[in-house]
Ligand binder design. Structure first.
Ligand code: MTE
Length: 304
């Protein structure tokens, strides 16, 4: 794991977004001090240091979940090497005035990219801090006119069992589908990712384009997206179909709502040694100030 020093690890062209990062860290630190009065000051400080360290490129790109390429953490890196991501296009359809299809060339021309350093908290109980490159999803969605009845959006990964060995087995319902409410999709934090560490997005991380919703468990952030659909009704995600008791539609990071088989109160920081203590998981993964109002009045135990 690399300790954050902008001059060492950040390519020059993304310096300008450094201030966003510092702002994010500030937010996380603030809520941590409020929520951990039982911790001694030194352990809070250690915990903050761990929480704010950018994960090493090697860990981000060799420890992955991408069931289309296998269920072991090392499989996506090994099995996605020859995955073809060019040509590629993304279609936006469903409850819209006029559907559109954009090639990756169109997308790269239309949307200027920026860097966002976001924490990724996996539902399995581990986390990373990743410097993503991409653009807000709302910029892409603004290219279509949704119909008034549209309330939800689904995201579909490519279906290509010839290239994706995992899709030859019924591990999940393929293609991988995820969904958001429209207001969640339009939120300024919701990001379409096309790179990381200032480089092209590696295949194992979802090349050429994937979603990143930092306040939700990592599985919401679908990889290798080819289809985005505006919908009247809440879509069923692949994980909801696989195990409805364990995986809900919202899947907001919440230390107070356990997974039926394990606690969600703490997380292991990827890249630290086995003796390093787990850190506390923060409400909405540390983004509560920005997103809590999306769920005001909702029972988050019921709508997990
Ligand atoms: N997208 C697809 N298409 N298939 C998957 O298996 N796994 C999800 C998510 N997106 C997954 C996916 C899970 S469980 C996590 S934690 C993140 O991707 C991991 O993203 P990363 O490998 O870039 O860290």
């Amino acid at each position: 794991m690399i300790k954050f020093k902008s001059s060492e690890i950040t390519p020059e062209k993304i310096y300008k977004n450094r201030r966003n990062f510092i702002k994010n860290l500030g937010l996380a630190t603030g809520s941590l001090y409020l929520s951990t009065t039982s911790y001694g000051l030194s352990s809070s400080t250690d915990e903050n240091e761990l929480r704010n360290q950018i994960t090493a490129y090697n860990d981000i790109t060799t420890y992955n979940n991408y069931y289309e390429f296998g269920t072991q953490k090392a499989d996506p890196h090994k099995n996605s090497e020859n995955f073809k991501t060019d040509p590629w296009s993304v279609t936006i359809e469903g409850a819209v005035q006029k559907k559109i299809t954009l090639s990756m060339d169109d997308i790269n021309k239309l949307f200027a990219t920026e860097e966002r350093v976001y924490r990724l908290r996996c539902v399995e109980g581990w986390s990373m801090v990743i410097p993503w490159n991409g653009f807000p999803l709302k910029n892409l969605l603004s290219k279509v006119e949704p119909l008034g009845k549209a309330k939800f959006i689904s995201f579909e990964t490519i279906y290509d069992p010839e290239q994706m060995v995992g899709q030859r087995y019924p591990i999940l319902k393929w293609p991988y589908v995820e969904g958001l409410r429209i207001d969640e999709a339009m939120h300024p934090l919701t990001f379409m990712v096309t790179g990381l560490y200032g480089k092209d997005l590696p295949n194992q991380n979802g090349s050429p384009i994937r979603l990143m919703v930092p306040w939700k468990y990592g599985f919401k952030s679908a990889k290798a997206i080819v289809k985005i659909k505006f919908l009247e009704k809440m879509p069923k995600s692949s994980w909801m179909i696989a195990s409805p008791r364990e995986y809900g539609f919202y899947s907001n990071v919440n230390p107070n709502v356990d997974h039926p088989r394990w606690s969600q109160a703490t997380e292991r920081v990827i890249g630290t040694g086995i003796w390093t203590p787990r850190i506390k998981t923060l409400m909405f993964n540390g983004y509560a100030d920005e997103v809590a109002q999306l769920y005001s009045g909702m029972d988050l135990k019921k709508y997990f």
